[in-house]
Write a protein that binds this ligand. Sequence first.
Ligand code: H2B
Length: 96
Amino acid sequence: MKRELLTTEQLSAVTREMPDWVVATGGLERTFEFENFVRAFSFMTAVALHCERLDHHPEWSNVYGTVRIRLTTHDRGGVTDLDVTMAELIESLAYG
Ligand code: H2B
């Protein structure tokens, strides 16, 4: 199924609902801080399993307890509803 890019208004609604996420150059971004590497990597592992299930993968990096995530739909060149689904899922997995 071809995903549609979100409009500027739709993106504003998303960041109103999830204020810790920012829209930056065609992506939805958030930085998470965990107390140590094991917690950060456990979170990434949980996210990774859902990424495989949804066949949608984040651009991300990890430094000790910090995980930086950028969600974008590569074959559409911007943010789609699938990135929002991923962001909501990631929110539910963090700090649980
Ligand atoms: N993840 C993201 N974020 N964007 C994509 O366009 C994308 C992906 N495409 N994961 C998928 C994999 C595609 O390459 C495979 C072949 O389905």
